[in-house]
Design a protein around this ligand. Sequence first.
Ligand code: ADP
Ligand code: MG
Length: 327
Amino acid sequence: MYVFNALVSTAVFMVSEFEFIDNLRSKYGLDKIGDDSAVLPKDADTDLLVTADMLIEDIDFRLEWTAPELLGHKTLAVSLSDIAAMGGEPEWAMLSLGIPESLWKTDFIDRFYIGWFEVADEFGVELVGGDISRAPDKLVIDSIVGGEVAKGKAIMRSGAKSGDLIYVTGRLGGAAGGLKLLERGFDITTDLHDPTAGLALRQLKTTPQLKTANLLQQLNIATSMIDLSDGLTSDLAHICSASGVGARIYAGRLPIDDDLRSYFTYDEYLEMALHGGEDFELLFTVSPNDFEGVPGTCIGEITDHGMELVKNGETKPLQSKGYEHFS
Ligand code: ADP
Ligand code: MG
């Protein structure tokens, strides 16, 4: 009760979930909180990685915009992305579901597991447990994944140094563009052959970047890493604050998702690439001495402090404005 009151009394002054978590960490001295996965000592050669994600209907997904198989697929993929962000290998998962009675009576859950196991089989993840409960009227999903990394080799958010180069894998903004199309009425059940389906699937069918993470681990070049869940500016801000550094990003170097150019204006897709969430690509930093053969696009460099964007030769402060549950 004491703990509950103490947290509530602090929460009154909070403005964002990130400040809440920071406060929790410092208030109770929790040094394992704050990265994409917790790193726990396993044995002399190995560290254990554990990550948790909660997905709530109508907050994190809309049932009318997706298919049960796609939701199952995304549930596991987003957790695997957090293991990738540490440069680790996934091993096992626990999946808990709060299911409204209306869904229990359908084939929804069976189809959800078909999508979930598609990803589990692809990446060699074993389901080792979970929980099922009846939920009042919205689906609640709690996904936990465990993995491993060689001792001391987890790639943290906190290792970026001034002068390091900033890289991203893949292309940016596609998931945000897909979300926009879903909001405008794209229907996954009927429009799969529509030219915009690729963008919608960037939002609905996440690919965890475990292969690239594994390569980065072998190359031993990433000084810091995070996965892009909230959006480039937000996630870059997490690296900056954890590492005590700043960053300069060049708009012209951003690898824009090609499909975005067909359906949105330059300003719209630049906004999506900078601030849109859920691409689940990797954002990482590399020492300038290690620039050869890096699996990604160099989009800028780490500075001493502050974030800035260079666009059309002009340098301006860059605000982080990705997704926040409470702001
Ligand atoms: P990600 O986007 O990588 O999943 P989050 O932004 O959800 O990460 O969380 C940031 C950090 O805060 C993580 O280390 C996570 O484990 C931790 N965290 C989030 N919510 C809580 C909570 N309620 N209690 C303790 N730690 C939390
Ligand atoms: Mg993450």
